[in-house]
Design a protein. Sequence first.
Length: 265
Amino acid sequence: MWSFKKHLSLCLAGVFFNFGFEKVVATALGKKTVAHWKPATATWYSEPNGDGSDGGACGYGSLVDVRPFKALVGAVSPILFKNGEGCGACYKVKCLDSEICSRRAVTVVITDECPGGYCSGGNTHFDLSGAAFGRLAIAGEGGQIRNRGAINVIYRRTPCKYPGKKVAFHVNEGSTNYWLSLLVEFEDGDGDVGSMHIREATSSKWIEMTHLWGANWCIIGGPLKGSFSVKLTTLSTGRTLSTRDVIPQNWSPTATYTSRLNFLP
């Protein structure tokens, strides 16, 4: 668990595949499509039909097991986790064994990190929830594919889509008028965050926030005076979104405030 002291201190401190597998990828997808897909490996963890972990290293908590996530989530190796700035990114993952694998790819949201084992050594690896891993198989074979443990897959980035949702900001526990920490939720499009700024109601100046951990960002100053506008810049493409007065003057810790905007997928 992350304590307030750990949050504060962090805020202050501010190849695995051979030629044979690559040949399988090329044969399965065709020359024109190969460039859009990359090889990786995949495993699964926690309950067979579960959500992997309760929130994981991105900090989404119980959101991972309900709509729109619906347990279709996963942990990734450091090369994709990017010290937490890869949180929220969406990927299509597909396995290639025609005997057991579905022809369709499964879309997963990155909610956790897997630091060891298959995920070490600079490898690209997806440690998926049991629910997501089972969806890689043809109907009725979810148990069989989970029994295999580790499998070869291909993957590619895909725009995140949260129908009916707008970008939301969860005010983390422990936040005060002098230390404010926010968790970004339901970001369409790139899904990731490369930088984040906040603006007080009494100011025209955007103040850069510090990446804390996972999908959490913070700012130290004070006393901070709401309401607050928040500006997001995505890590992948540098797109920006400004949400005016999204956090009210009488904000409270552990509350979630939803904007009226979202990126286009």
